[in-house]
Each structure stands twice: as structure tokens, then as C-alpha cells.
Design a protein around this ligand. Structure first.
Ligand code: SF4
Length: 400
């Protein structure tokens, strides 16, 4: 594996994703797939066959040109063919990451086998520490196993990054999660606002779990300071730009910014893998679809004459259109009254779906355009271009 480099160049990601099936060894309260994990008879619950998973990988590499992949379950380390899938994926030039709770890797030989299979790195879900972690994931002893797994990764040189969901109960622990990331040499930490995606859209969310942005911001900023001081990359997903001071906005990735993070998913291939046949054990694969075709299915673009053939629409435009569809249509993001006067309105998603119903829109504060002669900011890379992100030269030489 080549050495890490840092870059401020923001290019479109070529990372794909596969969901092997919503089977998991934990029961996180905020899981996007909570219902499917619980319901054994849900068509997306059982793991798919190894042949089907390999066929998805082949398509991501061969048709969509992806060069990396996030493999997730449910929990991918309990997938019976995980080592063979990682090895197949690496062999075809699709560098594999597992999005995992890592509990299985508390056994050192399992950790070593996974590394030997060719896995590139792990994105470990660290949603809290100690008893708090056990409580949010619903399994006693889970934290202890996760710490052992991280120790094993360090011992055998398997790189890790962290995901941490900003649920209310995790807020007192963010600084310690950041310190843990520093101590194990995590390459990046992603803090993810608790969102109304997938199974979380069904109105079961409550103030027990969802925190106000103003409640999240102070501990989040403290955690970012710890990571910045240690030169660990930190990203915050789905957090309105006005909720942190300008110096921290380079770390904020909303739907308009996500395609420019090499560790996030390519909207083009994601539009295909997100279709039900690619998430189910039963049945074959869907016909392929381009990002432009996927956008055209949305009411936002279906009525636009010549949308499918318009040569003036650039690739970056297609990704921006997809971002808008994902935020507004798929996830119910809405603009607040303050957004209407905001200078960054075109690169921000606004407030997430059910948020205003919980807390109202008053936390939103319009950001003045930095230069009245230039007008509003329209480039989604405006802030994130100031962030030094890690990149492995073998991963994306074009990003350096
Ligand atoms: S568009 Fe709205 S939510 Fe986004 S920064 Fe501006 S005021 Fe805040």
C-alpha cells in the first residue's frame, strides 16, 4: 500500500456501494434499516448470494468505472463469503472497504484473515463509548469487543476510519471518540447528523434521540478541534452550513458536496445499486441506468425538455441535480425562511425532513454573500476546497 498524501483538489468520487442484506448482530436505535434488520421476512433482510454480490461488483467496475467500494450489510463481517468477496473486488480493481461495527474482529485471526483477503480499510461505526455504546447498539459487551477489534487492527496494520452518528446520547462522548480516533491512528472521522433516511422516515423518531443543531454544534466543534490538532481528517455529514463558524465549514458535506469526497458514493452507480433488485437476495439485477436517466425519473427534471440529450448539462451539473433530488425528494429537506435570503442557499440542503417539526426553523441564520460583486455562492466546492483530505495515490492519482 502506498503512502498517504493530502490534497485540496476536489474531484468526483468513483467509489461504489453494495448492500449485502440487512442482517446484523447489533440493533442500533438510529439505524436507517431498523425495520428490515428486525423483520426476517423482509425481502432485503437475508444476505444475497456470493455470485450476486460479485456480479454487482463487476458491474460497478466494468460499467460505472468505480475503483473503490464500500461493502456493507447489515453487518458485512458476518456475511459467509466476505473474504472471497473482498478478494474478488480487490482483484478486479475495486478497492474494498467494509462499513462495520467490527465486533467479529475482536478475534485476531478473523481480523488477520480479512486483511489477507485484500480489504483496503475499515469504516468502523463508533457511535459512543462504554455503557453508552452498549445501550445505543442494544448489545451488552459490544463496546469491549469493539475496542479489542480496534486494538487488533492497529496490531496487524489494517487501516481504519470512523463513522459516528450524532444522536443525542452520543454528544457527551464526541470528544472521547475523537481522542480514540487519534490514539488508534484513524485516517478520518465522519460525524453524521441523525437523519430521517430509509426506515427512519416513518415518524418514529423522537426528541429522546434527535438533538437540536445548536445542541450538537458545541461538542462537535470541540471534537473537530481535537482531530484538527492531531491532523486527522474530519468530515461532518448533513449539517447546515450556518450552524458552525466559517472556519469549520470546510468540513461540512451535504448532498451538494458529497460527490467530491473520495470516500463517499458515486451518485451514478449508487442510483443503480439503490434499486431494490440490487439490495435483495432473490431475483436478478436491474437494467443499467445512467445518472442522467435516474435524474429524469424525478418530477424535478421529467418536465425539462431535452434533459436527456442537452449537451450544455455538464457531468458536475448532473451530480448537482442528483444532489437536489436526494435532499428534497428522497429525504424531505426543506428551506427555512432564513434560507431564502442566504448567500450559500444554492450549495446547502437546508434543514432535514422532520427537523423543523421538532425544533422550528429559528436556528437557521442567513449567511451573507462574501462578495457583493460576485453574488451568491454557487460552487459546492467553495468551502470544502479549503480542506486537506487524505488520498492514497493508487486510489485516485487524478486527485493529486
Ligand atoms: S441555506 Fe438555510 S440552512 Fe443553509 S446555511 Fe443558509 S440559512 Fe442555513
Amino acid at each position: 500500500m502506498s503512502a498517504l498524501a493530502r490534497t485540496t483538489r476536489r474531484v468526483l468520487t468513483r467509489r461504489g456501494v453494495v448492500w449485502l442484506g440487512q442482517t446484523c448482530n447489533l440493533r442500533c436505535r438510529f439505524c436507517y434499516f431498523q425495520t428490515r434488520i428486525e423483520a426476517k421476512d423482509h425481502p432485503e433482510h437475508p444476505f444475497m448470494t456470493l455470485d450476486k454480490a460479485k456480479a454487482i461488483c463487476d458491474t460497478l467496475r466494468g460499467h460505472y468505472g468505480n475503483n473503490a467500494i464500500d461493502i456493507q450489510g447489515g453487518e458485512p463481517t458476518i456475511y459467509p463469503g466476505i473474504e472471497e468477496l473482498c478478494s474478488h473486488s480487490a482483484k478486479i480493481g475495486l478497492l474494498p472497504t467494509l462499513i462495520t461495527n467490527a465486533l467479529v474482529l475482536a478475534k485476531k485471526d478473523a481480523c488477520q484473515r480479512l486483511k489477507d483477503s485484500g480489504v483496503r480499510d475499515l469504516l468502523v461505526s463508533v457511535h459512543g463509548l462504554g455503557q453508552n455504546y452498549d445501550d445505543v447498539v442494544g448489545v451488552p459487551g459490544a463496546h469491549k469487543l469493539q475496542m479489542q477489534a480496534l486494538e487488533n487492527c492497529v496490531a496487524i496494520g489494517l487501516p481504519v476510519r470512523f463513522n459516528c452518528v450524532l444522536t443525542k446520547s452520543s454528544l457527551p462522548h464526541l470528544a472521547d471518540v475523537a481522542r480514540l480516533a487519534v490514539s488508534v491512528g484513524a485516517r478520518a472521522v465522519n460525524f453524521i447528523a441523525f437523519n430521517p433516511f430509509e426506515d427512519q422516515q416513518k415518524g418514529e423518531r423522537s426528541l429522546d434521540d434527535v438533538a437540536a443543531y445548536s445542541e450538537v454544534a458545541p461538542p462537535l466543534i470541540k471534537a473537530m478541534d481535537i482531530l484538527n490538532a492531531a491532523d486527522v481528517e474530519v468530515n461532518v455529514r448533513y449539517f447546515p452550513l450556518c450552524q458552525v463558524p466559517e472556519a469549520y465549514r470546510k468540513h461540512l458535506y451535504n448532498f451538494q458536496q458529497l460527490p467530491y469526497d473520495l470516500h463517499e458514493w458515486d451518485y451514478a452507480s449508487w442510483s443503480w445499486t439503490d434499486m431494490k433488485p440490487q439490495r435483495m437476495r432473490e431475483g436478478g439485477l436491474s437494467p443499467l441506468i445512467s445518472l442522467r436517466q435516474a435524474n429524469f425519473r424525478s418530477p424535478m427534471y421529467k418536465g425539462v425538455p431535452d434533459y436527456l440529450t442537452d449537451q450544455s448539462i455538464s457531468l458536475d451539473d448532473e451530480y448537482r441535480h442528483s444532489a437536489l433530488i436526494r435532499a428534497r425528494e428522497h429525504c424531505g429537506y426543506r428551506e427555512t425562511p432564513a434560507c431564502l435570503a442566504c448567500g450559500v442557499r444554492q450549495i446547502c440542503d437546508g434543514f432535514h425532513g422532520d427537523y423543523a417539526a421538532f425544533f422550528g426553523p429559528d436556528e437557521a441564520k442567513a449567511i451573507a454573500s462574501p462578495d457583493a460583486t460576485v453574488g451568491p455562492i454557487t460552487d459546492p466546492r467553495h468551502y470544502i476546497s479549503g480542506q486537506h483530505k487524505i488520498v492514497e495515490p493508487e486510489d485516485a492519482p487524478w486527485a493529486l
